[in-house]
Each structure stands twice: as structure tokens, then as C-alpha cells.
Design a binder for this molecule. Sequence first.
Ligand SMILES: [Zn+2]
Length: 296
Amino acid sequence: MTISPGFTGSPLDRCDDVRHDAAKLAAMRADPAAGLLLLDKLDPVTDSTGGLAWVPLSEAPQGVELALLGRLNGAPSFVALTPGVSALTRSFALFAALAALPEGEAGTYAAARSLIDWHARHPFCARCGHETAMFRAGWGRLCPACDTEHFPRVDPVVIMLAQHGEGAGARVLIGRQPGFPAGRYSALAGFLEPGESIEDAVARELLEEAGVRVHDVRYVASQPWPFPSQLMMACIGLTDDDRLTIDHTELEDAKWVTAAEVAAALAEEPDAPFIAPPSHAIAYTLFARWLADRTA
Ligand SMILES: [Zn+2]
């Protein structure tokens, strides 16, 4: 059973020192071992071994801007910036391709995807409206008119289980959004707002979406989610009251499930009371960790 969160474990050395050193960056670009990540717009392309496909950097098209991902197994690794792409677009075929990548490669891909998307969406200065230019080897954009530095954004999201009861009687709250595939339920989730802690956001979202008040919120794990650039932070909170008041603008349904029911869903048993999220989603990790705690 997979318990490591998806999109994690990349062996990428991000080489922060090179981002600030033009000579080092030039040397990496001139290195014969330097590679360019091959993408189909923003979707991954795989090589004959099933891993991410790379081409020699010397084969990069003329005129494209190159951002330094870092070093992978010693090789300088770059991505081409592509105006107009959007990391919001995703398909079941994309998820199938990601699930088939060797361990750690989805994390490398996630960094590339979110970075390229951010550049495509931020050609102008948010402060003065002037055109910005890439700097720090691709890990920022600088406005030449007002000197404002802009950095790739990450949007924090909390995703959580409320737990009611203890021991063999413990149950957790799951919910489904209207757009989910038939039968799919997941953990509830929502964006953090300015001025909130992770614990505050977990408590607010559970109260807003399901009418459940939690205490003793604990952090479990996190994962990047490159659609386009969220950081998913998974938590579990305890509640003493299992009554639900569902906000149907957010959720189609929500219900409490036992450890046996979660185990059946993760095992993809045909009579399981719900279909679990895919293994690269941190909700899956959250369910798996909660189950592991039950049986520890
Ligand atoms: Zn500006």
C-alpha cells in the first residue's frame, strides 16, 4: 500500500547558488551533458524506459527561454518556457501517464509544470503593469520599470479528515463534489485564506462545508499538486459531534465511514461503500495513514 504522498521524492538538486551566478549558469548551459525536458505542451513525454524524456539542451529550439530546473543525477536540467500554456488543463490520460512514471519522476515533472505555467501567466508586473523579464535562472521575474521582484507562487490548500470516536468505533468524514466520477469520495479540502494558520483553515473548512467542529488538529503530510501550483497539506482533526450540516454548493454528499470501509475502498473491493481517490492524490495517503494508525 502506497503511503508516500504523490509528486514527492524527486532527486532534483535545485542548485540555488547557480541561480545567483551568471558564470555558473553559463557553464551549466554549455555542459554537453545538459538536458532539456521534453513535454507535449505541459504534458509529460516518456522515453523507451517509461521515464521522463529528455533531449540534449543543444537541440532546444532557437529563441525559447530556458529555465534551470537544477541537476538530476549530475546533469544540468532545463525546461523551455512556453507562452500561453495552462497547467489547469488536465485529463485522465495525464493522470494515467503520471501514475506510470518511475518513483520520484512525477515530483520532477510537477516542479517543471508549475514553473512553466507560472511564467506563462505572469508576463506583466502585478504592481505597475510593465512587461517583466525572467531572472534567477527562471525562478523569478523582474520588472525593469519598478524593480519589483516576482517569485513563483504556491497556493496552500488544506485537506482533512474529521475523526469521530476512538479505537474500533472511530469513523472519518468523507465527501464528494458534484464533478467527481461516480462513487468517488475524498477528504474535504479548501484554500487557506490570508491570516489563517493551517489548523484555523482545517477547522473553518469542516465547519463551512459539513457543519463539523474539530479540535486537536494534527498535520499528517503534504504534497505539491501541479494543477497549477497548490501545496496540499493533509491533516486530521477530532470532533465530539457527528451531526452533519452539508453545504450543497460545495458538496454533493458527505458521510462517516469506518476503518473497515476505508480499507475496502483502498483495496478497491467491489462492495466498498465508496471509490477512493487515486494513489497520487494526498487524500489517498491520508486515508492510508489513518488506517495504519488504527492497526499500529
Ligand atoms: Zn513593475
